[in-house]
Write a protein that binds this ligand. Structure first.
Ligand code: RAM
Length: 349
């Protein structure tokens, strides 16, 4: 018995080393001889964009809860520096571990393409969540909310909060993040409508989803554009950093974007910098990603348009065509957080 426990501990340690900082939690650890896990239990991997991002932690927790309730094993990769190089190493390690499916939010879809294709060639299913892998490097993208819907929602918030005219800026995450880039390009497209003609987008700044860089970028925006009316940050890290920078400097600039209620509750409301913001449920994003991983592995879906799968008490989801030529499943929609409801949500995510 002692020997089994020891080998489980060694295996857990090896698994941790295999992904660098990576495996934060292994729900059911395999042993070298396989004693503690049933032969039919599959092992599913999830790789987020970065460690120490509360939004990603919520996605992981949704993913793990489904894996636990369905009796499966899961391994988690969280890049400590948030780089594509760390993610590539994690994918390669998970290929060696022969996991059943890799779900990933690629930091840079181009850079991750080759290793994700290798994973699929070796028989491992691949899906992406939060931000898409290239259409030929995934079987399905789990999209939190429709790309154009997010862009339109944010543009209308900027229009409303600015009073319909004036200069505004975007504080994004990294310049290689496909989700950010698609939202921004759709916002620019939306802005062509006459209704936005008096708004001037003066700069797109990149904080790389690093708190300090996002804080500094916000301060630069405030200094460079004295007439700036609104900053829109389509990233939870950017929102929190910008809210602090605006508050610390006593600026009158208003903030909106995609923020986490638990991180933004203190900045929302009358006399505060953020009148309102949006997000979707990151726990549900993780849960649907888990159901997709299992369905791909079991072969009940292959990622083709028109397929349907059940995601527990969240009901049925349908696979649709994505704008990049691949396929996706849309989990939810941008939900508005304001002074009216922020206290109800700040404890949840
Ligand atoms: C950040 C990440 C993520 C984005 C959310 C809104 O944590 O940049 O990709 O979807 O914010």
């Amino acid at each position: 018995m002692k020997k089994i426990l020891l080998s489980a501990a060694v295996a857990a340690m090896l698994a941790l080393m295999a992904v660098g900082c990576g495996v934060r939690h292994v729900t059911k650890e395999n042993t070298e001889s396989g004693e503690s896990v049933s032969a039919s239990a599959a092992k599913y991997a999830i790789i987020t964009k970065q460690k120490d991002n509360a939004y990603n932690e919520k996605i992981i927790s949704g993913f793990q809860s489904v894996m636990e309730s369905t009796g499966n094993t899961c391994v988690v990769g969280e890049p400590s520096k948030g780089t594509a190089a760390e993610q590539i190493k994690m994918v390669n390690d998970f290929i060696s571990e022969k996991v059943s499916c890799i779900a990933i939010a690629p930091e840079d879809a181009d850079a991750l393409s080759d290793c994700l294709k290798s994973a699929m060639k070796s028989g491992i299913d691949v899906c992406s969540f939060d931000t898409p892998a290239l259409s030929d490097s995934r079987e399905l993208f789990i999209n939190q909310a429709g790309t154009n819907q997010i862009a339109l929602t944010l543009m209308d918030a900027v229009l409303d909060i600015s009073g319909g005219k004036g200069s505004w800026a975007i504080l994004s995450a990294s310049s290689t993040a496909s989700n950010q880039n698609e939202w921004i390009s759709s916002m620019k497209q939306t802005m062509k409508d006459a209704k936005y003609k008096d708004l001037q987008l003066v700069e797109i700044a990149y904080g790389d989803d690093a708190y300090q860089k996002s804080y500094n970028q916000t301060k630069s925006l405030l200094q460079s554009y004295p007439d700036l009316k609104v900053i829109c940050a389509p990233t939870t890290v950017g929102m929190k950093a910008a809210a602090n920078a605006i508050t610390d400097t006593g600026s009158k600039v208003k903030l909106t974007g995609l923020g986490l209620p638990s991180e933004m509750a203190d900045f929302i409301g009358s006399g505060k910098c953020c009148p309102y913001m949006y997000l979707w449920n990151p726990l549900n994003l993780g849960r649907v990603t888990a159901y997709v991983s299992v369905a791909l592995d079991e072969g009940s879906i292959t990622g083709d348009v028109g397929e349907e799968f059940k995601a527990g008490d969240m009901g049925a989801f349908k696979v649709t065509k994505a704008s990049d030529g691949g396929t996706e499943v849309i989990v939810g929609y941008p939900f508005k957080f304001s002074a009216d409801n922020i206290d109800d949500w700040k404890e949840i995510y």
